[in-house]
Design a binder for this molecule. Structure first.
Ligand SMILES: Nc1nc2c(ncn2[C@@H]2O[C@H](COP(=O)(O)OP(=O)(O)OP(=O)(O)O)[C@@H](O)[C@H]2O)c(=O)[nH]1
Ligand SMILES: [Mg+2]
Length: 235
C-alpha cells in the first residue's frame, strides 16, 4: 500500500484549514497524512491544526516568520525527505480551498505512470472560477512567458497542486531553491523536466478563495519575471 503525504503551506487560513482537513480525510485514502507548514499565522491557524491533529494524522511544522510559500514548501518537503518513514508520493496543495481535494484520487492513479503530475487549469477540462480579469491575465501571461523562455511543453507551470514521486524531490535539490512566490512551482517543474522525469498534466478547476486574504502581490510577479531568466541562463 502506497504511503502518501499531502503538504500545504498556511498563513492566516483559520477559516479554511478545518474544511480542507475534513474534505481530505473524507476521501478515505489509506496511508494518507497531512503536513501543514505554518509561518506563525497571527490568526491562530497553528492552534486549529494542533486540535485537528488529535483526530487526524496531521503533522504541524511551525516556522517563526512569514517567508513566502516557496520557503514554506521547501522547509516542509525537506522535513518529509529527512524523516525515517518515507512516503511514496507527496502531494502539494494550497490551504485556501482553491484546490479541490476530490482531484487527489485521479492524481494518485496517474502517478503510477508518471514521476510528476501537475494539476492544470489550462488544458481541456481545466479552468479558473471567480478570478478577476487582472489575476487571469497575470496567470496566463506568466505561464506563456515561463513556457517560452524555458522551452517547457506544459500549459500550467505556476499552479500549486502537484503530485510528486519521492525520488524526484530527492534529485531536484530542494536546498538550491530560492523562490518566494509562485516561481517555486515553475522552478521545481523545470528542474524535474531537465532531469528527464516523466511529467503529465491533469485538468483542475481552480476556485478563488472565499475566505481569508490573498498573499499574492506584484513583487511575486516581478520575482518570477527575473528568476525565470536566471534559471534559463544558469544552464
Ligand atoms: N507558510 C506560508 N504559507 C503561505 C505564505 N504565503 C502564502 N501561503 C499559503 O500558500 C497558499 C497559496 O497562497 P495564496 O495567498 O492563496 O496565493 P494565491 O492562491 O496565488 O492567491 P489567491 O488566488 O488570491 O488566493 C495558501 O495556502 C497560503 O496560505 C507564506 O508566506 N507562508
Ligand atoms: Mg489562493
Amino acid at each position: 500500500m502506497s504511503r502518501i503525504i499531502v503538504v500545504t503551506p498556511t498563513y492566516n487560513e483559520k477559516d479554511n484549514i478545518s474544511v480542507l482537513v475534513e474534505k481530505l480525510f473524507s476521501l478515505n485514502i489509506s496511508n494518507l497524512e497531512l503536513w501543514v507548514v505554518d509561518d506563525n499565522s497571527p490568526d491562530g491557524t497553528a492552534g486549529i491544526v494542533k486540535e485537528l491533529s488529535l483526530k487526524y494524522p496531521i503533522k504541524l511544522i511551525s516556522r517563526s516568520k512569514k517567508e513566502g510559500l516557496g520557503a514554506a514548501y521547501a522547509a516542509g518537503l525537506k522535513s518529509i525527505l529527512n524523516q525515517n518513514d518515507q512516503p511514496d508520493y507527496i502531494i502539494q496543495m494550497d490551504a485556501d480551498l482553491s484546490h479541490d481535494p476530490a482531484v487527489i484520487p485521479a492524481m494518485i492513479k496517474k502517478i503510477g505512470e508518471y514521476d510528476l503530475v501537475l494539476g492544470s487549469r489550462y488544458i481541456a477540462g481545466g479552468g479558473v472560477k471567480n478570478w478577476n480579469f487582472f489575476r487571469r491575465w497575470v496567470s496566463r501571461w506568466s505561464n506563456v512567458y515561463a513556457r517560452l523562455v524555458l522551452g517547457l511543453p506544459f500549459k500550467d507551470l505556476t499552479g500549486g497542486f502537484k503530485c510528486w514521486r519521492r525520488a524526484v524531490l530527492e534529485k531536484i535539490g530542494l536546498g538550491s531553491l530560492s523562490s518566494v512566490g509562485y516561481n517555486f512551482q515553475i522552478e521545481t517543474t523545470y528542474k524535474a523536466h531537465k532531469l528527464g522525469f516523466k511529467i503529465c498534466e491533469i485538468p483542475i478547476i481552480f476556485t478563488e478563495r472565499k475566505r481569508g486574504a490573498s498573499k499574492f502581490n506584484v513583487g511575486i510577479v516581478g520575482e518570477s519575471f527575473i528568476k525565470v531568466l536566471l534559471l534559463k541562463f544558469q544552464d
